[in-house]
Design a protein around this ligand. Structure first.
Ligand SMILES: C[S@@+](CC[C@H](N)C(=O)[O-])C[C@H]1O[C@@H](n2cnc3c(N)ncnc32)[C@H](O)[C@@H]1O
Length: 198
């Protein structure tokens, strides 16, 4: 799933892409990004100060070849209740972000209203052509959970956030990547993965 997300980011590659990760936890995706996107400017947000400390340690110690060009910061915020986009605004990032990423975390933000709110805020950060790419657990009728959604619900949420899903194929159980140039989705091991461009 991380490789799928990173591939979407590469489409909007610049020398020092600005990347925002929502609910980054202990920094597992950030560590992969650091290896694959040398020179990136990365800001990861999470609710948990403890996990953010782990993430900062992971990136400080995990880099085999220290990348002096990268600027990496981890910031504590409640993405639902805090004005986290203001922190990026102060950094001059509003409308200039190449990619907003999230991995197996949106379901922890709350229900449809909360996730939609956060993704709408994320869209405002993106530059033209920037990508929102995330993967999260799909609804499972064997283990129903109110904040996990079906493929169709994810697509409805993205449309409600203002993303164009032009070319989206009809939903089926094993939906696959549809287009390299526009909206793309994939089912990977029970996760729905989505990439939309502003
Ligand atoms: C299942 S973990 C996934 C973490 C990380 N993305 C990963 O793949 O390892 C969910 C994360 O969401 C964070 N989280 C939950 N509610 C949050 C909120 N309202 N704002 C920011 N982060 C939140 C948790 O602290 C946790 O790190």
């Amino acid at each position: 799933m991380a490789a799928w997300l990173v591939k979407r980011i590469r489409r909007s590659w610049e020398n020092s892409p600005r990347i925002v990760e929502l609910a980054c936890g202990a920094g597992y995706l950030a560590e992969i990004l650091q290896r694959r996107l040398p020179g990136m400017r990365y800001t990861g947000f999470d609710l948990s100060p403890h996990l953010l400390t782990c993430a900062a340690r992971r990136l400080a110690s995990g880099s085999e070849q220290p990348d002096s060009q990268s600027e990496i910061s981890f910031l504590q915020a409640d993405l639902v209740h805090d004005d986290w986009t203001n922190q990026l605004e102060e950094m001059g990032w509003r409308g200039k972000v190449d990619g907003v990423l999230s991995i197996q975390a949106l379901h922890d933000l709350g229900g449809l209203a909360e996730q939609r709110q956060v993704l709408s805020q994320a869209r405002e950060l993106l530059k033209a052509g920037g990508v929102l790419a995330y993967g999260d657990l799909l609804f499972d009728d064997q283990n129903p959970h109110s904040s996990r959604f079906s493929h169709r619900e994810h697509e409805e949420m993205l449309r409600a956030c203002g993303f164009s899903l032009a070319g989206a194929p009809a939903a089926d159980k094993d939906f696959k990547g549809s287009s390299e140039d526009g909206y793309t989705s994939a089912a990977i091991d029970g996760f729905g993965c989505y990439a939309c461009y502003r």
